[in-house]
Ligand binder design. Structure first.
Ligand code: NAP
Length: 272
């Protein structure tokens, strides 16, 4: 680090558990870029000050995580098309003006594309929160998407992207798992717990199952899916690919996803 070092970071509350510093610092090192990436714990009442600080200090860019992904929009100068449509920002680029992007949907697409094609496929997304919205927006461009959500109005609202939105009920789960080629859990169900959003008897050989939860890495959903002959994709792949896309927006450079995944896995092991 010297007088030329650029600063990047993630803001969240909490932010200390974030795997993004490990991923992006590994990428900066590998690319030979003189930059460092830190985690900033920003409570909601300090969001505005934090963004003023980004402008004042010339911080190169940010990732934005819970609970700021929507609130940050009011403090930016512009939005990319997908951030505007989704109403949520996970990446800010500072080119003199602060522009918000959302790379979560593309992260999910790239993660899925490591194991399957998506064009014309039937995709069931469970969850219509921030991450679910980004995924439904992105995948609806190429796939037939049904989204089921505990609060049905939030699923219905995603019909504007061309998806079908319905309530998360036992009957709908049964109906749409048998229709789907690909199932995505976009709820926190299974995070640090032994719960699953999909009863195992609904899983069948040939399905692709992705869980966006990555703590634990092998959630109960993924273990049961694997046991039934499904192809599985863990949530760390989505995290890695959204990070690859953020890195590209900041630096114009591509980074090897395996490098970021290795760094994230190490961070995950260290955090227990
Ligand atoms: P969010 O905006 O709070 O949305 C949560 C969603 O999950 C809502 O649709 C909510 O339904 C649903 N939900 C919550 N508890 C539920 C339960 N017990 N049963 C059924 N549905 C439930 O959160 P988010 O930002 O979308 O994040 C969701 C999860 O994804 C988190 O665990 C987060 O860590 C993870 N995530 C992972 C990545 C990655 O890169 N792998 C990226 C972003 C997020 P209601 O609308 O009814 O409340």
């Amino acid at each position: 680090m010297d007088a030329e070092t650029m600063l990047y970071g993630v803001i969240g509350f909490p932010a200390r558990h974030s795997l993004s510093p490990a991923m992006h610092n590994a990428a900066f090192r590998e690319a030979g870029i003189n930059a460092v990436y830190l985690a900033f714990e920003v409570p909601p009442e300090r969001l505005e000050m934090a963004i003023d600080g980004v402008r004042g200090l010339g911080i190169g860019g940010l990732n934005v995580t819970m609970p700021h992904k929507e609130a940050v929009i009011n403090h930016l100068d512009g939005l990319s098309e997908e951030a505007e449509e989704i109403g949520s920002v996970n990446t800010v680029v500072n080119d003199g003006e602060l522009v918000g992007y959302n790379t979560d949907g593309l992260g999910a697409r790239r993660a899925l594309e490591t194991v399957t094609g998506l064009r014309g496929r039937n995709v069931l997304v469970i969850g219509a929160g921030g991450a679910g919205r980004a995924i439904v927006y992105e995948l609806s461009k190429t796939s037939n998407v049904v989204v089921l959500n505990r609060t049905p109005e939030r699923a219905k609202a995603l019909e504007r992207f061309g998806a079908v939105g319905e309530a998360l009920t036992e009957e709908n789960l049964r109906r749409y798992t048998s229709w789907a080629d690909i199932i995505i859990n976009a709820t926190p169900v299974g995070m640090n717990s032994s719960e699953t959003p999909v009863p195992p008897d609904l899983l069948r050989e040939g399905l692709v199952v992705m869980d966006i939860v990555y703590k634990p890495l092998r959630t109960r959903l993924l273990r049961e899916a694997e046991g039934r002959g499904c192809t599985t994709v863990d949530g760390l792949w989505m995290l890695v690919y959204q990070g690859v896309e953020s890195f590209r927006l900041w630096t114009g450079k591509s980074v090897d996803p395996e490098l970021m995944r290795g760094a994230a896995l190490e961070g995950l092991r260290e955090s227990g």
